[in-house]
Write a protein that binds this ligand. Sequence first.
Ligand SMILES: Nc1ncnc2c1ncn2[C@@H]1O[C@H](COP(=O)(O)OP(=O)(O)O)[C@@H](O)[C@H]1O
Ligand SMILES: [Mg+2]
Length: 508
Amino acid sequence: MDKMLIDSLGDITITNDGATILDEMDIQHPIGKLLVEISKTQDDEVGDGTTTAVILAGALLEEAEKLLDKNIHPTVVVSGFKKALDVATEHLKKIAVPVKRDDVATLKKVASTAMHGKISETVKDYFAELAVKAMLQVAEERNGEWVADLDNVQIVKKHGGALEDTQLVYGIVIDKEVVHAAMPKRVVNAKIALLDAPLEVEKPEIDAEIRINDPPNQIRAFLDEEENILKSYVDKFKALGVNAVFTTKGIDDMAQYYLAKAGILAVRRVKRSDIEKLVRATGGRLVTNIEDMTEADLGFAGLVEERRVGDEKMVFVEQCKNPKAVSILIRGGFERLVDEAERNLTDALSVVSDVIEEPYVLPGGGAPEMEVAKVVRQFAAKVSGREQYAVEAFANAVEVIPKTLAENAGLDAVDVLTELRHIHESKEDGWKYGINAFTGKVADMWSLDVIEPLTVKLQALKAAVEAATMVLRIDEIIAASKIESEKKEEEKKEGEESKSGGSSSSFE
Ligand SMILES: Nc1ncnc2c1ncn2[C@@H]1O[C@H](COP(=O)(O)OP(=O)(O)O)[C@@H](O)[C@H]1O
Ligand SMILES: [Mg+2]
């Protein structure tokens, strides 16, 4: 189910995304804050499995508490967890199934799994398809390694319409209008100048002075000079065959006039992140000095067109030759829906990227956690001393994932877990079995198409153990006199003072 978060101003967020919930929750407890950190790390590293990481960390700590009550020292618990993690990692790598990086069907299943329960079933398939198409389009091989960078998928949100109207654009969508009414609104076979330079005469930079008693022709000459610079820019564009201009800076009235007269479409104040994507999509180069611009700097797009989206206008740059940057324009009934759709789509894009970069997958639904519990228990028998308890505790802790999935479906977890343990131990393909989230019953997750990237599971386990370790190493919480940020601020000030020869106050 979704959660509704309400802040002190009454603003609401509706989400099912673990990282977002934790991020927005008002958490007071210091250990709680540490757990929020893990969810952030998990999100940054692999983009999914945040709830898993936090739930695992919580379960590890719960198990650890029982051991501490039995007077087992925290360092013993920590080293047992660490050994168990190594065994778990090795086993998951062993059972992971290799996939072809362009295996669209599997990638789609992975994307759908990441969006399970977060978005309506009909839209889920469609979004999964968009995520796979987008990621495969931007993926590339660099020095023998595959890279699928989420930064190259631009997400543009505009509420209105329905989620089904969400579209993939093989190019970039700029949330700006064409700057002047007399300019063309549609340019085919666009030769594009991408500028990080203003098309205006920047007054303060002109080192000139006009006195009132200068002869009038001199003033005229000055104004002409201004006009000439702009005109020379436009002439340059014309000579290079440019018919579309995008700049991060401004375009003043006079420049607009000349551009329009030359039949050039122009867009001003484009976001830097957007123009960087344009560079990649159109194969052009960002130009800072218009005088030095050459034909090689120009980008290309089959079509540049201003279109109406909802009640606003946007410029679409499409049909790029081999776009290494694409856009997804998310539509949806209202703003919060669009925001949540973006989070879901980002999860889907992340897991697809994970698999393209590291092409191994596992069945989901708690199946890998059951495998981990099994092998870690077997390993525990070989561990001597009290550490054995810690290794066993790890095995018990990871079962929290299938347990939670069963409970969420309203089933009694004890029975289901017993059945699941038995299958994992006795059946040859037992490793595929987990919990069907709809029924809460034991099922072959592989045939249910519930599939996850190996990296998400590995990272979640690792993050959880790291967090639990960090907490276990703490034996006392001491109120610090100053909060960290204040301290840094002060140190900075002191540093500056001593640099500037001020008196040092380090003894105070
Ligand atoms: N259809 C399904 N049946 C059973 N389990 C599923 C299904 N879809 C996803 N899961 C499982 O749900 C868990 C992920 O839940 P989610 O709420 O996305 O948390 P996280 O933030 O950890 O990704 C994973 O263990 C995944 O395998
Ligand atoms: Mg998820």
